[in-house]
Design a protein around this ligand. Sequence first.
Ligand code: HEC
Length: 216
Amino acid sequence: MENETKLTAGAMVTFAIAVSALVILPYIQVRDVKPPEGLKPYTSAELRGRATYVANGCFYCHSQQPRSESFAPADAKRGWGRASVPGDYYYDKPHLLGSMRTGPDLLNIGVRQPSKDWQLGHLYQPRAYVPGSIMPAYPYLFDVKDQADPGEEALNLPPGHSPAGKVVVPTPEALDLVKYLQALKRNYPVLPPEPHEAAGAKTSAAPAAPQPRPAS
Ligand code: HEC
C-alpha cells in the first residue's frame, strides 16, 4: 500500500508542476496584455475573410509569427517585419500562429503586398505571378463568366492566364479574404521589455530611457 500512496502522490505533484508551468504561469504572463495603440480591431468583412482563411487551411503553410533578429536573423532579412509581441494578437481568437512555413510568414503581408489586384490574382492562380509556386490555386473562390455584371470587377490577370473569351470575377469570400490579408499589418512601434534587462542584470537608480525601435 505504501508504494501505491507514493506513486499517487508523485503523479499528482508531477501533474501540478506541469499545469503550473504550462497553463498558470503563461496565463499570468499574458492576462494583462493590452492592445498596442496602432492595432485596430478587425472589421466584420475582415473577420469573414479570416474565417475563409481558416476554412481553406492557409495556416497549414503560413505562419503568423515573425521572430526576433537574434533568434532567427532570416525572418527580418526576408522582410517579414519585427518580432511579434503578445499584444499583436489581442484581437485574434483563435490565434493563427501556424507551425509550418511552406510559404512565407503572413503577419505583415498587408504591408509587404497591399495590392488588391495582386492578392486576388495570386489566389486565383499563384503561378501567374510566381512561376514554380507550390501554393494551391483557389479557383472556387472565383466565378468564370462571359462578362462582369454591373458592380462586379473582373480580375486583371497577367497575359495568358485568363480563360479564353471569359472574365474571372471574385466571389464575396475572395474579396473578404483579401481584405483580411490587407489588414495583416503589425508595423506600428512596440516596446517589448529587453530580455536581459528584465532578468535584472543591471539595477541602476535612473530608469533607462525607452529605445525607439524601427517600425518595420
Ligand atoms: C501548400 C502550402 C500552401 C497553402 C495551403 C497556402 N499557401 Fe500561400 N504560399 C505558399 C507558398 C509556397 C508561397 C510562396 C510562393 C508564392 O508566392 O506563390 C505562398 C505565398 C503566399 C502569399 C504571398 C506571400 C509573399 O510574401 O509574397 C500570400 C499572400 C499567400 N500565400 C496567401 C495564402 C492564402 C490566403 C492561403 C489560403 C487560401 C494560402 N496562401 C494557402 C504555400 C501555401
